[in-house]
Design a protein around this ligand. Sequence first.
Ligand code: SAM
Length: 257
Amino acid sequence: MKAKKRFGQNFLHDPNIIGKIIHAANPKADDLFYEIGPGHGAITEELVDRVAGLHLVELDSDLIPELEQKFGHKPYVQVRHQDALTLALPESVDGRKVRVIGNLPYNVSTPLLIHLLQQADRIEDMLFMLQKEVVTRIAAQPGGKDYGRLSVMLQHRLETQPLFVVKPGSFHPVPKVDSQIIRLVPRENPPAVDFATLERVVKQAFSQRRKTLKNNLKGLFSAEQLQRMGLDPQQRPETVSVDQYLQLANALKPVNG
Ligand code: SAM
């Protein structure tokens, strides 16, 4: 079957890398996993017999019969023909949360991460393959060019642990860029913040990276208000910490924590 660009299809065929992914995932016999974009089942095959439950969420209808045939007969496997952007994870039962894994379609990886982030209270952890450049941005610290919206939005709610790099030759078709595995673990004590307000503040703050905070946040905060919060109105948005963005969002729309 020809790989479809519009579905971000680059299929893994390197047994060494698949083994490393499974090792990093460390599946346990009572785990409930959701795999996003199982494709032909490269990761699934190594995961399926080690877990208690496995939901396979695949958007490409042409792949569904193959997934059904390979894995559908196992009573604890559910093949779901679904856009992962509409995925609603189950609420945790008795404190037990789901685990999420996937070699993500790169064309929708950012909206997918934001979608899952909003269900973080239902998730034990996530292990994803992403473009290396995206992993760098997710895990970036303030002060550099990689630190931006994605860093703040993900880090405020998740611990970000970049793992190993995967070279293009491990996929078919061969992508143009390096990939990297990252583990994302929801923080135990998440900060109280209104998600949409944080998104709005961060989006506006980074709308023009070369401009000052005061300029970008015009209409939301005055220079005096920024100063009262310990910020320098002349600061660039990439020098503002995650905690300071939380403080800004909470100043606009306080949330009781
Ligand atoms: N897991 C397989 C592997 O490692 O070989 C396939 C990975 S491939 C990079 C991404 C997979 O995600 C493809 O199977 C693609 O059809 C599927 N996909 C693309 N967009 C999706 C979406 N919005 N929801 C669910 N699956 C999607």
